[in-house]
Design a protein around this ligand. Sequence first.
Ligand code: BTN
Length: 360
Amino acid sequence: MMVASPGQIPPAPREIPIGASEEELILAFLAEAGEEEFVSGEAICDKLGLSRAEVFRHVNSLRSQGYRIDALQAKGYKLVEVPDRLTQLELRPLINTRDIGSTLHCFGEVTSTNDVAKMLAEEGATHGEVVIAESQTHGRGRRGRSWISPHGRNLYCSVILRPDLPPSRAPELTLVAAVALCEVLQQAGAAAAIKWPNDVLVRGRKIAGLLTELQADTEKIGHVILGMGVNLNSPLEDFTPDVRAAATSLMLERGQHVPRALFTAACFTRLEEWLDTHEAKGFEEIRKAWRDLSETLGRDVFVRADGKEFAGVAEDIDPSGALMVRSGGRLERVLAADVELLRESEHAPHDDPESSGPGT
Ligand code: BTN
């Protein structure tokens, strides 16, 4: 993977992270210079207060971890390729958010990043801490579904949020995250759109999903775990035959491998921006953006909610994020349900991303 190869995923502006290891500092410095520029050994020594021998040792250690760093005697070092891993080493130089991802917990394999994040939140983890894993053995989706999580291909992460909101407003956060995720996918070259409440689809196929879990008392939210699963580099074979037709990945959509660390950093940046907007201006701004990105509004839908099933037309989301569906002359307010998008003038349910659980 090239340092800044994706073109469509702009890296977050970088700053040297506080408290970073010497290897992270060197990487951040080289990454800052970009793919084209050599950085002199002397400049690295001066900037980081290291000796030539220490820089050389760290560069060799980075190479042994999969980094390709070119060296020219008269010019210095150039970072040419970084390994496609999601560890502190790859992520920290790219992350430049205030809260989201400023503390990272990176794992090779976990049951579910939401489970680990919940445990950390109960132990006092702060707003914005993120759990990331290369694979999940029990990745979870909405409504008891599973989320297929093959090793090293996609993004599986959970963000711990501690918003100053009453519990009744927690569902808004899922829509905030759906807007952020959808925009990053669009920026990365996919024609992404949101299916209510929180699936991101491309050409009607599911590319990403969100699983939000809440801990609250009657007055106040304790924490929200925002689980995000994005199919980045999965080939179709990763999806089981029953969901294959309803799933996709960013690589399949744009025909190019996705640099996962860059994508992840871009998600954190955009999520923080939209969370800030939500905090400063309220849900109305999110509602506007969500409407613009929606694939649901104006469509014929089939709703399955707590034993109740009906067809109708999705008209809008209300000021709390509920879907408003016109059915048999009545306007139904849908809060927790499976919503299937029907094709034009179709009134019976059929294969649908959500009902067949793509990416799961
Ligand atoms: C859905 O569309 O049903 C939601 C899928 C959410 C999957 C993500 S992957 C990271 C986090 N950990 C989990 O176990 N689930 C979420």
